[in-house]
Ligand binder design. Structure first.
Ligand code: ZN
Ligand code: ZN
Length: 356
């Protein structure tokens, strides 16, 4: 945990911030290891506190070496923050302006007065972009379990089952085999529903001659995975086979290009230009990929506005898609960790069109 806190303290110095209040679940877990809810971290230049109520005190003591655990809640918690900042001579205090509720902000502001509350503009979360080996291992395990889930669900897909049946069966398998939950609600989109990139599973029954898109991820020790495969049930219409191959080629082009030193914009361009060249540019309406970690969508972005340069330790999805309204859609998604000499693909499920 030390090196993560060191990075935060370095950011504090760079930004002339004397104290940080961390309330967002994933940031809190990242910096302390605490997995409960209802707690604040108070980070000062040389001391770290975890402030929570009676329910979590023992848990916090066990999970957060290096932190002084303080039992306080509500107004008492804010009073503790104020007194501790005063004692340390801290004047400028970062808070997470993305996620702190208006109510909490008002209460903290009133309690801390006259200290200066400074929005962190995402900087508290910034160190999370580069994963440690431990973090990568958790993501790898989550991706490997998802691969197993994909093999399992292939045996379950047949005419007459609904998208909801498939999503539930897959969720049961993943959780039964060790996933702490779902990285996000499973997408099981068949036929025309596949044209909605984030479709919710319906009671529509599968029939021959359709494509089915499955997008899902596991969670291991808090870390998410993310993968998508599109499979056919029976022989699909020719046009859908054509777009399947275009999406697969677009993904392969991007994968052949991705390495440390290129930007998210350049990575996105590789896949996008291939899709545009085949006349489907208007039907690929999202970015090529996103970072994955404690959160399913985090920095960096691979997209036309993803300026971040890829570095070893970043974990990103690579997921081009084509969506044809009324007909169906195709998306193929892998998850890669950038390494010194390229990347390591954490997803190993096959990508040629599986016709069930
Ligand atoms: Zn996904
Ligand atoms: Zn994704």
């Amino acid at each position: 945990m030390t090196s993560k806190l060191d990075k935060l303290r370095h950011l504090m110095m760079e930004n002339s911030v004397d104290a940080v209040i961390v309330a967002e679940d994933r940031n809190r877990r990242y910096y302390s290891g605490y997995t409960g809810t209802d707690a604040y971290l108070l980070i000062l230049a040389d001391k770290s506190y975890l402030i929570t109520d009676f329910r979590y005190v023992e848990q916090a003591k066990a999970q957060c070496p290096g932190y002084e655990v303080v039992e306080a809640y509500g107004k008492k918690a804010y009073e503790f923050i104020k007194q501790t900042c005063d004692k340390a001579g801290a004047k400028r205090v970062w808070f997470e302006d993305d996620t702190l509720t208006v109510k909490e902000y008002s209460e903290i502001k009133a309690s801390l007065d006259p200290l200066e509350l400074v929005p962190d503009t995402g900087r508290i979360a910034k160190p999370r972009i580069l994963k440690t080996d431990d973090e990568v291992n958790n993501i790898r395990k989550a991706a490997q379990l998802a691969d197993k889930g994909f093999s399992h669900i292939l045996n379950f897909i047949r005419p007459g089952v609904t998208e909801r049946d498939i999503a539930l069966e897959l969720e049961f398998f993943l959780r039964k085999n060790g996933s702490e939950g779902l990285a996000f609600p499973i997408i099981a989109a068949s036929g025309p529903n596949g044209a909605l990139p984030h479709a919710e599973p319906t009671d529509d029954k599968l029939a021959y001659g359709i494509l089915l898109t499955l997008d899902f991820g596991c969670v291991i020790n808090g870390y998410c995975s993310d993968m998508t495969r599109t499979v056919a049930l029976g022989e699909p219409p020719e046009k859908l086979k054509v777009i399947y191959n275009i999406v697969l080629e677009a993904q392969e082009k991007a994968l052949a290009f991705i390495k440390a030193g290129i930007s998210g914009i350049e990575a996105d361009k590789q896949a996008r230009e291939h899709i545009i060249a085949h006349g489907y540019g208007d039907y690929f309406g999202h970015g090529l990929g996103h970072g994955v970690g404690l959160h399913i969508h985090e920095a960096p972005r691979l997209s036309p506005i993803g300026e971040t340069i890829l570095e070893p330790g970043m974990v990103v999805s690579v997921e081009p898609g084509i969506y044809l309204p009324g007909l169906g859609g195709v998306r193929i998604e892998d998850l890669v960790v950038i390494t010194e000499d390229g990347y390591d693909n954490l997803v190993s499920s096959r990508k040629d069109l599986i016709i069930l």
